[in-house]
Each structure stands twice: as structure tokens, then as C-alpha cells.
Design a protein around this ligand. Sequence first.
Ligand code: LLP
Length: 420
Amino acid sequence: MQKVYTKVTDKLDFFQGVDPTELAEKYGTPLYVYNERILRERCRDLKNLVTYPNFVVDYSAKANGNLAFLQIVKSEGLEVDAMSPGEIYVEKMAGFEPHEIFYICNNVSEEEMLYAIKEGVITSVDSLSQLEQYGKLNPGGEVAIRFNPGVGAGHHEKVVTAGKKTKFAVDPEFIPQVKEILKKYNLTLIGINQHIGSLFMTGEAFVKSIGSLLEIAKQFENLKFIDMGGGFGIPYKKEFDEAPLDLKDLGKHIDEALYKFAEEYGSQVTFRIEPGRYISAECSVLLGTVHAVKYNHDKKFVGTDLGFNVLQRPIMYDSYHGIEVFRKSDVKSEKEETVTVVGNICESGDILAKERNLPEIFEKDTLCVLDAGAYGFAMSSNYNNRLRPAEVLIRENNEVVLIRERDNFEDLTRHFIPLK
Ligand code: LLP
């Protein structure tokens, strides 16, 4: 195998001696590949974010909900959040106890809320309507509320989840009404939470939002926990040496706020965060195969099996993912050129990387898309009746194990009911 362009995976020792072209051959592509060592490192980074003693990291499973992945996260001592009954179900399968799951729902039916209540999972509601609904379903129960701290952040307007333009959370203006509903149904508010948006690379907005959240917290007595949300970014432009988030500096600022609050509030509140991307993005790459190379007018296209059915982020948010190149054959070229890397879906928008400078790419090359583990498989689909990819894990001892089978035609058709 030739390592044609492999700067980032080499530096991380991502493949640990495993040959990606052989993985592609053995398991087929597209293929999500995870590295257990890096996943564990990311879990530990965030467990050590602050020195404040009552601190819990809830992994946000929406970023990657693979069962084996969750089992590893659990073994690192993290807890989890959930966004749907389906996530609660899989998290329980992975070994999380109900008290280790935090259900942060948005606009859910009575049935969905009841599912969490019956499972003994603490629920956070994010509107007065949903608080009323919760009160009717579980009078006398314990509940949490998601507040809007007024400050948002994120890599794209679609993922900013606080501030003036979002559907999420309760505006603190409505605290008097919140208190009335709590009283009406004899509910105990045990926690408050926020999530300001996804992917910040500097901590200012996050720290500011914590300040607002703590002011909100002071308006309620005897809270058991305050959840500051997720959003911790990762550098997607690693090949250009983009700097990572400075966790040490961020942790210091968060610590200051937490200790000060704990002293004033007078009781031992647990602080939580709920990172998804930071835990899951960098421990995974997506492998694909080049099936065609061509010019259309003066534009060169590299045609792959990496359509937006397997990785939606580039077309959904214009997101950048680094691309590396591995080659089984001994074809050689010193050329570098500007190409557009596309998938096999029937839309012109099916573009993985627009006008990217890469070494010359040939048919049968294996492409390796970096930082694919967060919102990669999780947002994949069967569009064009394509099969969702397999997922494999490189274990710490370099063994490779399959952790999800590729879909087959039966999976595609099992829910159809033919006309008689
Ligand atoms: N907590 C709540 C309530 C959330 O809604 C989210 C993400 C998280 C935590 C975790 O955020 P993270 O730490 O991963 O930034 N599909 C988009 C990202 C959507 C994020 C949705 N909510 C993307 O691919 O960039």
C-alpha cells in the first residue's frame, strides 16, 4: 500500500499498523472506521475539564449512537443524554442505568414523555406547554427545565440553539409562569440545563452563557444539578494545523464560575456538560473508493461511493472534512491538482469537497475522510435505496472488529407491505 497523502492519520497513528486499503477490501466501502484509543482519550480530556468535584460528563449520543461505541463511553465512566425514546432504549442496551440518562426533549408527545417517566429517566422540558404536559403525566414528580441563556454559538446558523432565533428552551422571562406550573402539579425542579449550539473553538460565548445560566439557577432553590450543555469544537482543518480548543484555559474559566456559584448557592450542586462532537468526531474516519475520474468542461471530478447518504455534513452545512489518499496499486504521480470530490447520488449537490487541492487521484484509490465520527453515520440515510455502511473498530491491541453490519436488501425492504 502507498500512503499518498496521510499527514493527519500518521500523526495520530490512527490506523495503528492496520492497512486501510485492506479494510476497504475486506469490509467494502463506504466504511466507518473507529479508533478505540482516541475515543477513550477524548472521554478522559473532558472528564478532566474542571477541578470542581461534582462534575459529570454526559456524552450526547445523537452524535454517534453505535452500541459498541456507547459501551466504551460507559466504561470510561461517562453518563449520557438522550433526545428520543430510541436513544434511551439503545443507551439502556449499552448498560447505562436510568439515573445515568438525561432525556432532553423538544416538542414530544405524551407517549414519548411517558416512556421516559416509566423508565425512571429524568426529563428536561423546554416550553411551558411541555411542562404542563409533564405535570399532568407525572404530578408530584421531579423534572428539569432547559433555559435559553440568551447567548448562542455554533459553526452554522442551523446549529445555534440559544439566543433570539431558536425554537429551543424557555425564555427566563417566563420564570414566574414556570413557578406557577411547578406549584400547580407539585413538581420538584431538580435541575436546569442549556445548550447554546454546536462547535465553538473559543470559550467566550460558552463562559458568558454559564454566567446567565447561573443567574437563572439562583432563582430556584435546592437544585441538584446544572447542565451547561455541549458544543465543544474540534479542528476540522488539521492538515493546515488548525489549533484545537484550549480546554485548559476554558476549564479554568468554568471552574472560577462554578466554585463562586457553589459558595453563594450554599448547597452541593452537580455540574454537567453534554458533549457529542468532541468525544466522537476525531476517533473516526470514513473510507471510500474512487470509481471514476473525469473532466466536465474544465472541471475535474473524482467520483466516489461517498455520497451524502453516508456523510451529510458537507451538503447540509457546507462543512469541511479533510481527505487523505491511500493506494493499493503502484501507480505513481508527483502531480497535485484541484478536484471536486463527489458521490454516487442523483443530485448535482452531492459534493463531498469542492475544488480541493489534492495529489493526483486514480480509480481504485481509497479515500479517507477525516473527523467523520460525529454526525456522520448518525445522519446517514438510505436515500437512493443505498445501503447504510458498516462500522469497524480498531481496538487498543490493533485488532479490528465489526461493530455494525452493512445494510442488506432485506433491511431496505423489511417494512414494505405489498398489495395483495
Ligand atoms: N446537547 C443538546 C441538547 C444538543 O442538542 C446537542 C447537539 C448536544 C448536546 C451536543 O452538541 P455537540 O457537543 O455535539 O456540539 N448535525 C450537526 C450538529 C447538530 C448538533 C445538535 N445538537 C453537525 O453535524 O454539525
